[in-house]
Design a protein around this ligand. Structure first.
Ligand SMILES: Nc1ncnc2c1ncn2[C@@H]1O[C@H](COP(=O)(O)OP(=O)(O)OP(=O)(O)O)[C@@H](O)[C@H]1O
Length: 288
């Protein structure tokens, strides 16, 4: 575990004051259901001799913002990779909307309503913001999105409808001014926003965000926090996020699950997790 993470956890309260999104409501004030959208039951994942996850169980309720936190190498990204079918658990099972699909592939997860952003931005750098977000519509389109991007001639009704949805997302994320800019030319914070846009274009029920604030300055973090809250509140999208900035985590999340060395060590509201001795020890690097 890095000194950075110890610092960021110890300073969580102070950060809440600064990194909180302007006008962001307390998570407790938001309406929540008890309906479970996704459940992780006794999941283990091994890579040869390395056990990335050991017997992890938790659930994600419909409409909530759920954080997955833990020191470096705790298994957070491996967990997201299991949820969206990139990895298949060695043991245990994951159930989404009442369905358990042991060998689900990422495109099946996407078609089923699970969208994802990555730790390192994964966009088509030479393509414009608009076209990148348009690729997020591909699962919803009857004809191939790449063909539509290069084709000449009048737009079909389907294209017009998809285009309108994409323009709505561009307005929502306030990126009209960069619609035509190749994303490789954009600052990192804006690339992250475009990646969020592409995930939103899939109209997901569950949005997985892998370190959405990584590499951002304070202002960019405030903006991204605001967009995450707005997506959750305006579209009702359930969100699971991995984030190292504890101020952001504690401010945005309804509930937090904490991993350490691939095992779950705590699960609860931000206040419960902050007061949990095992979590404090993990972040301060207390030896086991
Ligand atoms: N494809 C892989 N092959 C082998 N080992 C892996 C692989 N992916 C992850 N691991 C190992 O599994 C463990 C958990 O890694 P993971 O990336 O899930 O942790 P993390 O909590 O997301 O870390 P970070 O905060 O640094 O991103 C680590 O020991 C890592 O080295």
């Amino acid at each position: 575990m890095s000194a950075d993470h110890a610092h960021s956890f110890a300073a969580a309260d102070a950060l809440e004051e600064t990194a909180a999104p302007a006008g962001g409501g307390a998570p407790a004030a938001r309406a929540r259901s008890d309906e479970v959208l996704l459940s992780v039951e006794n999941v283990s994942l091994g890579f040869g001799g390395v056990k990335a996850l050991t017997d992890v169980s938790f659930d994600i309720r419909k409409g909530e913002i759920r954080a997955i936190i833990g020191p470096n190498g705790a298994g957070k990204t491996s967990m997201l990779n299991c949820i969206n079918g990139f990895y298949h658990p060695t043991e245990g099972r994951i159930t989404f909307k009442g369905q358990t699909r042991p060998k689900m592939r990422p495109h099946e997860a996407a078609a089923g309503g699970i969208a994802r952003t990555f730790q390192n931005v994964a966009l088509f750098k030479g393509m414009s913001t608009l076209d990148n977000i348009m690729t997020g519509r591909s699962l919803k389109m009857r004809t191939n999105v790449f063909w539509q991007l290069v084709r000449f001639g009048p737009a079909t009704r389907e294209e017009v409808e998809h285009r309108r949805k994409v323009e709505d997302i561009i307005d929502f994320l306030q990126i009209q001014h960069i619609r035509k800019t190749p994303v490789g030319k954009l600052p990192y914070g804006l690339q992250k926003r475009v990646e969020l846009g592409r995930a939103l274009a899939m109209e997901p029920e569950l949005l997985l965000l892998d370190e959405p604030m990584a590499g951002m300055n304070l202002e960019e973090k405030e903006d991204m926090s605001r967009f995450i809250l707005d997506v959750n509140q305006e579209f009702g999208t359930t969100i699971a996020l991995i984030e190292h900035d504890m101020g952001v985590v504690m401010d945005l999340s309804d509930r937090v699950v904490v991993l350490e060395y691939g095992r779950k060590i705590a699960d609860g509201t931000p206040d419960e997790v902050k007061a949990n001795q095992a979590v404090i020890d993990a972040y301060l690097g207390v030896p086991h």
